[in-house]
Design a protein around this ligand. Structure first.
Ligand code: ZN
Length: 408
């Protein structure tokens, strides 16, 4: 694409290329191992999915949704330094919608549900109600008779329950829903159960494990709510669950720090390699550490997301199940509140202002005819009908309008 406006805007700005500390490398190795373990335990039959032909158009869609990121810390002259991969590695080949508006509820569950249904959802903010209209997962599976293994959602965010995978719409629902995985919750559950079941004598240091658990739980409680680590696993096959719990407990007593998004990334990649689903959504939430008020950690979360979406794109390009037939979409759920606002600026995302509502979306791959920067504003609900068309679904009943630039 003519990246001129962006590159000009940051001319002279040194793009950040974070040096990795030995600690980071060790953490990444741990998370990579944990991701492999979880995926390996969960997906024993997945190898059969290799060479399975995708129903419909044969087109695949991978969506990476990142929590709340303001324009000030992303696609603005002062923000480009935090997203070097989006700007320099992905940007030139992408279709970048510079203004993708969230005109709905700027809370996590409603925002993600709106993106995945193409209709502004106004259900419970904390995921206690399913989306009211069919998700793309259900449309795809019902329209094209796709099997359950063909649609997945992997999320770091505990505010999403398994209800994100299927709507309450009649004629649709969980029967056509996605597999929903919360790797971090599975890992926490594994530790809790290991402690409960008295396997701690196998663990090198029980105090250390408990401290690890406390840190991990505090670290994911971004919204300041209590939550139950057992909720997420309700719908998993008990045999699979036990295997996972054992595997992860074994791993965790070695003592590794946790970052939700790293683990989510490794899980996502394993699912791609083993299941090769046609429709895969991954939700990164490290940026939501902003709710704790640390601007530095929020920026670190943006850099992590920037790196992980780039690594996802590299996997799409390297994986023969995905290469040349996949559209990859990256977008934040919303922005965050403006500095000086009554809601504490970047901490939150509730202000009815551009800083919170005006975000962006980037598409790469098979559905992108011509790389371009599109300055015309779009709405987040316009994306779902476009993705549905790429997958070969019938047109959705959507408040959004299909985007002419995205086509297979
Ligand atoms: Zn939040």
């Amino acid at each position: 694409m003519e990246n001129g406006p962006l590159v000009d805007a940051c001319a002279g700005a040194k793009l950040f290329r974070g040096d990795e500390s030995p600690q980071d490398a060790s953490r990444r190795r741990f998370l990579s191992g944990a991701g492999l373990l979880i995926a390996g335990a969960m997906l024993p039959e997945a190898r059969a999915a290799q060479n399975r032909k995708s129903p419909g158009s044969g087109h695949k869609v991978v969506v990476a949704i990142v929590g709340g990121i303001r324009r000030a810390e992303s696609f603005s002259p002062e923000g480009l330094q935090y997203i070097p991969h989006l700007v320099s590695d992905l940007g030139p080949d992408s279709l970048l919608y510079l203004h993708a508006h969230n005109d709905g509820v700027t809370a996590h569950f409603n925002a993600i549900s709106s993106i995945l249904t193409g209709n502004w959802q106004r259900v419970d903010d904390w995921g206690n109600q399913a989306p009211a209209t069919p998700t793309l997962f259900e449309q795809y599976r019902k329209n094209l008779r796709a099997e359950a293994g063909d649609t997945w959602l992997v999320a770091s965010n505990k505010a999403l329950t398994s209800r994100i995978g299927a709507s309450s719409a009649s004629y649709y629902g969980p029967e056509f829903g996605a597999n929903v995985v919360f790797p971090k919750q599975l890992m926490l559950m594994a530790i809790v159960n290991a402690l409960r079941n008295g396997r701690t004598r196998d663990m090198a240091d029980r105090d250390k494990v408990e401290a690890e658990l406390e840190t991990a739980m505090a670290g994911s409680n971004y919204e300041g709510l209590g939550w139950n680590v057992f909720d997420a696993a309700d719908q998993l096959d008990p045999r699979v669950r036990t295997t996972i719990e054992t595997a992860i407990a074994d791993f965790v007593h070695g003592g590794g720090p946790t970052s939700g998004d790293e683990l989510t990334f490794f899980m996502t990649r394993e699912i791609m390699r083993k299941f090769a689903p046609s429709l895969l959504v991954t939700v990164f939430s490290d940026v939501e550490v902003a709710h704790f008020g640390s601007y530095a950690m929020h920026l670190a979360g943006i850099r992590t997301a920037d790196r992980l979406v780039y690594q996802l794109w590299q996997e799409i390009e390297a994986n023969p199940e995905y290469r040349d037939k996949t559209t990859f979409l990256i977008l934040p759920e919303f922005g965050r509140d403006p500095d000086g606002s009554s809601t504490n600026g970047f901490f939150n995302h509730r202000a009815d202002e551009d800083s919170t509502r005006d975000t962006w979306a980037m598409a790469l791959g098979a559905g992108v005819g011509q790389p371009a920067i599109v300055e015309r504003p779009i709405r987040q609900v316009d994306l779902c009908p476009s993705l549905a068309a790429l997958l070969g679904c019938r047109p959705l009943e959507s408040q959004g309008t299909s985007l002419p630039e995205l086509r297979g």
